[in-house]
Design a binder for this molecule. Structure first.
Ligand code: FMN
Length: 220
C-alpha cells in the first residue's frame, strides 16, 4: 500500500522551550521552519556606505499596501549593519536571492567592518532605486524598494523590521506583465545552516478559497 507511511506511529522527542538554551532554540527553528526565502538586503549608512547582507527570517506580511518583514538578530549586544542602517534612514531594498547569485550573496554574510561596503569589496553591480536611497542589486531578477513601517522588538535578541514595498522592479526574464514565473526566477531557500535548496517538485492544485480582493480566480 502506497499510503502505509501515513499510519506509522512517530516516536517524538519533546523539549520544553522554557528551559532551552538560545543556541538550541535557534538550531531547532532553523531546521524546522524550512524552506525559508532569502532576502538579500541592501541598505545605506549615514555616510553613504552601501551594505548588502542575506536574511532568511523573512516573508511577506501584508498586501494592501504590500509589506515585507525581516527579523534581524543582535550581534555582540549591538545592531548588525543592516539593522542600524534601516533604523537610521528607514529605507532598504529586498533583492531576491537566486541560483545565479547564491555564491556572491553567501559571501555578503561574512562580517565586514561597518565602514566597508560588501558591494564594493565583492564587485556587486548596483542600480539606482527610484524612491529610496539604497541601491538595487543588478544581478537579482526582482528587487523591492521598501520604506520602514514598524520596528517590533522581540524577546531578548531579535527585532522585526516591517517595510512597505513602494516599488517592485521585475526583470522581463521572470515577469510577463502579470505573473512572476518562479521556475524561471530560480529562487534559493535557506534550510538549517549551512544548507541551501533550489525549488523542488512543483504541484498544481486549483485555488479553493475566495481569491483576495482584486484578483481573478484560479491562476492568480
Ligand atoms: C542565508 C542566510 C540567511 C541569514 N538570515 C539571517 C536572518 O534572518 N537574521 C539575521 O539576523 N541574520 C541572518 N543571517 C546572518 C547575516 O547575514 C550576517 O549576520 C551578516 O553579517 C549581517 O550583515 P550586516 O552586519 O552587514 O548587516 C543570515 C545569513 C545567511 C548566509
Amino acid at each position: 500500500m502506497q499510503e502505509d507511511h501515513l499510519h506509522m506511529p512517530h516516536e517524538f522527542t519533546t523539549l520544553a522551550a522554557s528551559s532551552m538554551d538560545t543556541a538550541t532554540a535557534y538550531r531547532l527553528l532553523c531546521g524546522v521552519v524550512v524552506p525559508r526565502p532569502v532576502a538579500w538586503i541592501t541598505s545605506i549608512s549615514a555616510d553613504g556606505v552601501v551594505n548588502a547582507a542575506p536574511f532568511s527570517s523573512y516573508n511577506y506580511v501584508a498586501h494592501s499596501p504590500p509589506m515585507l518583514a525581516v527579523n534581524i538578530g543582535s550581534r555582540s549586544g549591538g545592531l548588525k549593519d543592516t539593522a542600524r542602517n534601516i533604523e537610521q534612514n528607514r529605507e532598504f531594498v529586498v533583492n531576491v536571492a537566486t541560483m545565479a547569485n547564491m555564491e556572491v550573496m553567501h559571501k555578503t554574510s561574512a562580517e565586514f567592518a561597518p565602514h566597508a561596503s560588501e558591494a564594493q569589496a565583492l564587485g556587486i553591480e548596483l542600480l539606482p532605486s527610484q524612491q529610496v536611497k539604497p541601491p538595487r542589486i543588478a544581478m537579482s531578477p526582482v528587487q523591492m524598494e521598501c520604506r520602514l513601517q514598524q520596528v517590533v522588538r522581540l524577546g531578548r535578541l531579535n527585532t522585526l523590521y516591517i517595510g512597505e514595498v513602494v516599488a517592485f522592479h521585475l526583470s522581463s526574464e521572470v515577469y510577463d506583465g502579470k505573473h512572476v514565473d518562479s521556475v524561471k526566477m530560480k529562487p534559493i531557500s535557506r534550510l538549517g545552516g549551512p544548507y541551501y535548496a533550489a525549488l523542488g517538485e512543483i504541484f498544481l492544485r486549483p485555488t479553493l478559497q475566495t481569491p483576495p480582493l482584486g484578483n481573478t480566480p484560479a491562476q492568480d
